[in-house]
Design a binder for this molecule. Structure first.
Ligand code: PHE
Length: 355
C-alpha cells in the first residue's frame, strides 16, 4: 500500500495538465484501478486482516482524491497566472488622442434658421447646385439680355461644341428652388430652401461660394405685411433679442414690389455687434412673388399670391457670432474652426434656446 501511495502521490504531483490527472484517477480509483482492485480483495481476507486493510485503503483513496483536487486547483491557478501575465494591461498609460471635429458656423446657423422657420410652418425643400439657366434665370423672369445675368457674375458650365441643350450654371441664388417647389408641391405652399450658391466675387464680404436660405409662402391672400411679420419674428428668435430692421425699396425681376432688408449693427473694435451702433448690414432680399414666376411654377396667378425672401446665411453667422471676415469661413484653418466651431451634439432647438 505504501508503494501505491508513493507512486500515485508522486505522479499526481508531477502531472502536467488535467488530462494527465484524469488518467491517474482512472488508473488508481477507476473500476479497474489499482486501489479499487485492492478493495475488492478485502472480501477474501480474514476479519482481523480486513479491519486493518479496510480503513487503510479508504484513507489511501481519500488521500489520492484530495491530492488530485489540490493539483487540479494548482494547475488552474497557474494557467490563470500565465494568462494574466500575457494579457497584462497598463491602465496608467494616457488615453490615445482622438481627433475631434467641430460643426462649422455655417452649418450651425443653417440649422438655427431652419429651426426658427420650421416652427412657423415652413417645410425644407432642396434643388440642384448645377442648375439649368431656365430655372436659375428665365423662370424667375430674368430675360436673356437682362443685366442681372452678368451682374451676378455667373459661373457657366462648359458646353461642348454642337451641344444645343440649354446651358447650365452654378446656381447664383436659391430662388430656382422656388420654381421647383411650386412645380412639385403646388399651392398653397410654405417652404424654405437652404443651400450653396455661387458668384464670381471675392473680397472681405464676398466669396465665390456662399449660402442662402430661400423662403416662399403662397396662399390666396398673403401680403407684404405677412412678409414683414415673418422676418421680424425670425430676427428676434434668431438673435434672441429685438433687432432693428430697415426695409428699403429695391428691385428684383422675380418680385414686385421688392425690398432689401438690413439689420442694425456696429463694427467697433473689429467685431460686429447686432442691435448696436449706427451701421446697417444687408442680409436679405425679398418681395411679393411676380405673377410670371408663379406661372412658370405652374400656379394660377389670378388665384394665388405670395412672398419670397432670400437670406445670406454666412452674413447672419458673421453677425451673430462676431466673425469679421467672410473669407475665413472657407480657409479650413483648424485654429479658426476650433475657435468658431460648435460641439457636434449642440443641435439647435427652439425649446433649448438658440444661443
Ligand atoms: N435671389 C435674391 C438674391 O440672391 C434674393 C431674393 C430672394 C430676393 C427672393 C427676392 C426674393 O439676391
Amino acid at each position: 500500500m505504501d508503494e501505491l501511495r508513493t507512486k500515485y502521490l508522486g505522479e499526481i504531483a508531477g502531472a502536467a495538465d488535467e488530462v494527465a490527472l484524469e488518467r491517474l484517477r482512472v488508473a488508481a480509483l477507476g473500476k479497474k484501478g489499482e486501489v479499487s482492485l485492492r478493495m475488492r480483495e478485502l472480501g477474501g481476507m480474514t476479519p482481523a486482516e480486513r479491519q486493518v486493510a479496510g480503513p487503510a485503503l479508504n484513507a489511501l483513496k481519500d488521500e489520492i482524491n484530495g491530492a488530485i483536487a489540490a493539483k487540479k486547483a494548482a494547475l488552474e491557478d497557474a494557467s490563470l497566472d500565465a494568462r494574466l501575465k500575457e494579457e497584462w494591461l497598463d491602465v496608467t498609460l494616457p488615453a490615445r488622442q482622438r481627433a475631434r471635429g467641430s460643426v462649422h458656423p455655417v452649418s450651425q446657423v443653417t440649422e438655427e434658421v431652419t429651426a426658427v422657420l420650421a416652427d412657423m410652418g415652413f417645410a425644407v425643400a432642396e434643388g440642384p447646385q448645377i442648375e439649368s439657366d431656365w430655372y436659375n434665370f428665365d423662370a424667375l423672369n430674368i430675360p436673356h439680355h437682362h443685366p442681372a445675368r452678368t451682374e451676378m457674375d455667373t459661373f457657366y458650365m462648359a458646353q461642348a461644341e454642337g451641344d444645343n441643350r440649354s446651358p447650365h450654371v452654378l446656381r447664383t441664388h436659391t430662388s430656382p428652388v422656388q420654381i421647383r417647389a411650386m412645380q412639385e408641391r403646388g399651392s398653397p405652399l410654405r417652404v424654405i430652401c437652404p443651400g450653396r450658391v455661387y458668384r464670381a466675387d471675392y473680397d472681405q464680404t464676398h466669396t465665390p461660394m456662399f449660402h442662402q436660405v430661400e423662403g416662399l409662402a403662397i396662399d390666396r391672400d398673403i401680403s407684404m405685411a405677412n412678409l414683414k411679420w415673418v422676418l421680424e419674428e425670425f430676427f428676434s428668435a434668431f438673435f434672441g433679442t429685438t433687432v432693428r430692421t430697415r426695409f428699403r425699396a429695391s428691385h428684383f425681376p422675380f418680385t414686385e414690389p421688392s425690398a432689401e432688408v438690413d439689420i442694425q449693427c456696429s463694427w467697433e473694435g473689429g467685431t460686429v455687434k447686432v442691435g448696436e451702433g449706427e451701421g446697417w448690414l444687408e442680409v436679405l432680399g425679398s418681395g411679393m412673388v411676380h405673377p410670371k414666376v408663379l406661372e412658370a411654377g405652374g400656379i394660377d396667378s389670378s388665384k394665388w399670391q405670395g412672398f419670397a425672401f432670400g437670406i445670406g446665411i454666412d452674413r447672419l453667422a458673421m453677425l451673430k457670432y462676431g466673425i469679421p471676415d467672410l473669407r475665413a469661413f472657407f480657409d479650413s484653418d483648424l485654429r479658426w474652426l476650433r475657435h468658431y466651431g460648435f460641439a457636434p451634439l449642440d443641435v439647435p432647438t427652439l425649446h433649448g434656446g438658440l444661443q
